[in-house]
Design a protein around this ligand. Structure first.
Ligand code: FES
Length: 182
């Protein structure tokens, strides 16, 4: 793992994670076959502050909601924005989007232009759980917050499918590359 620790840009946070998951020997050989490009940061201090202030290393769940679409298909743009604003407001009110003295994990939310399901929206997906929801309107979002995010129970009436992501995308990506080459 020497090559990762001596990175001239000082960006070392990703590779130790891979190392923990895959073991340093595997990483070393994979790094040579699939090198990670690490261009210089324009402002490392500002980036470190962003990571810290956003709590990127404390994220427990990441929610993507189809909203403010360029081409609204799953619902109207107005309906999607109502859902987005509701989600943002409620996460903030419940302090689920920030670290607190009693809880150091947080929930991140991102507005997606289109999640490609394009029907029965707004469409929402929650990772790492991999639960995809339809009709994510404010009342449904409230249930998802209370039952899923807080209660850890999927709101089955609105779930389209459940597919948690693999623990490590790195090994999956490698397998895909290997299969594609064979
Ligand atoms: S427009 Fe919402 S999923 Fe495609």
């Amino acid at each position: 793992m020497q090559e990762d620790k001596t990175d001239p840009n000082g960006i070392v946070s990703l590779n130790p994670v891979f190392s923990k998951i895959n073991g340093s020997k595997a990483l070393s050989s994979e790094s040579q076959r699939y090198p990670l490009t690490q261009p210089k940061l324009s402002d490392p201090t500002a980036m470190a502050n962003n990571v810290q202030n956003l709590g990127l290393n404390q994220i427990q769940r990441h929610i993507f909601l189809c909203a403010d679409q360029t081409k609204p298909k799953c619902c109207s743009k107005q309906a999607s924005l109502e859902s987005w604003n509701y989600l943002k407001r409620r996460l903030k009110e419940l302090k689920l989007d920030q670290k607190t003295s009693s809880c150091s994990s947080l929930i991140f939310r991102t507005k997606a232009n289109c999640l490609r399901v394009c029907a029965d929206g707004p469409i929402m997906v929650i990772y790492p759980d991999g639960v995809w929801y339809r009709q994510a309107k404010p009342l449904v979002i409230e249930r998802i917050i209370q039952e899923h995010l807080i209660g850890n129970k999927v709101v089955e009436e609105y779930a389209i499918t459940i597919h948690p992501l693999p623990v490590t995308f790195y090994s999956v990506t490698k397998d895909c590359w290997d299969n594609a080459r064979n």
